[in-house]
Design a binder for this molecule. Structure first.
Ligand code: DX5
Ligand code: ZN
Length: 216
């Protein structure tokens, strides 16, 4: 089975986003990964609704939005209206995660929960039957182009076991430092979906890089 590849637009050319979106539309990628940062939850600001709106208009594939923001509940309806399919919030940013997941579903989207490198995946146990996606951050969130944290592989294996034993249909996504050299190993460890920013947009032939990753 092919790997789900979700290129992160954070590494795209914002001076000509349409060109990169068209490249992705024609490529073997599965989703568009949108990194929304607020400068509070993470030490960086990326983009917000107006940019997501334009991406949604041009993208021919599902939008996978990764909210690195505090109080994500405030924006659930806005992302639903823009046509986002997977809405992922950070476990560390949600005091009432169960309520947030329910609100994402009520708004008609699939719900994802992300965990930072220091957060044990066992904390997902009590929501595994409710979520559609679990995102393991393999770098500290906030910036593209960082190095993959090796300990993330163990986290993937542990979460894979938890999901398989629970019978949950939740997908495992990994985000940060993903490239052609580690996709195959991570797929074998149990990852379903791969976010890749700099390794895709920084390569000579992004569509070919995506094709390689999809089939690794
Ligand atoms: C980091 C973001 C990532 C980032 C990945 O905070 O969540 O999605 O864009 O970038 P690379 O693939 O370059 O590590
Ligand atoms: Zn991301």
């Amino acid at each position: 089975m092919k790997n789900i590849i979700a290129p992160s637009l954070l590494s795209a050319n914002f001076g000509n986003l349409e060109k990169d979106i068209e490249m992705l539309n024609a490529s073997q990628c599965t989703w568009f990964h949108l990194d929304v940062m607020d400068g509070v939850f993470v030490p960086n600001i990326s983009f917000g609704m107006p940019v997501v709106k334009d991406i949604a208009r041009l993208a021919k594939k599902p939008l996978d939005a990764h909210l690195m923001i505090v109080n994500p509940d405030k924006f659930i309806d806005s992302f639903a209206k823009l046509g986002v399919e997977y809405l992922t919030v950070h476990l560390e940013a949600c005091t009432h995660l169960d309520r947030t997941i329910a609100a994402i579903h009520t708004a008609g989207m699939k719900a994802g929960v992300a965990v930072n490198p220091h957060t044990n995946v066992s904390l997902l146990e009590d929501v595994l039957d409710q979520i559609d996606l679990a995102l393991i951050m393999s770098v500290n969130p906030g910036f593209g182009g960082q190095e993959f944290i090796p300990h993330s592989v163990e986290k993937v294996r542990k979460l894979r076991k938890m999901i398989d034993e629970s019978g949950s249909k939740c997908l495992i996504e990994i985000d940060g430092g993903i490239n052609c050299d580690n996709v195959g190993m991570l797929a074998a460890a149990g990852v379903d979906a791969f976010v890749a920013g700099s390794s895709v947009f920084g390569s000579k032939d992004p569509a070919q890089t995506i094709a390689f990753m999809a089939n690794a």
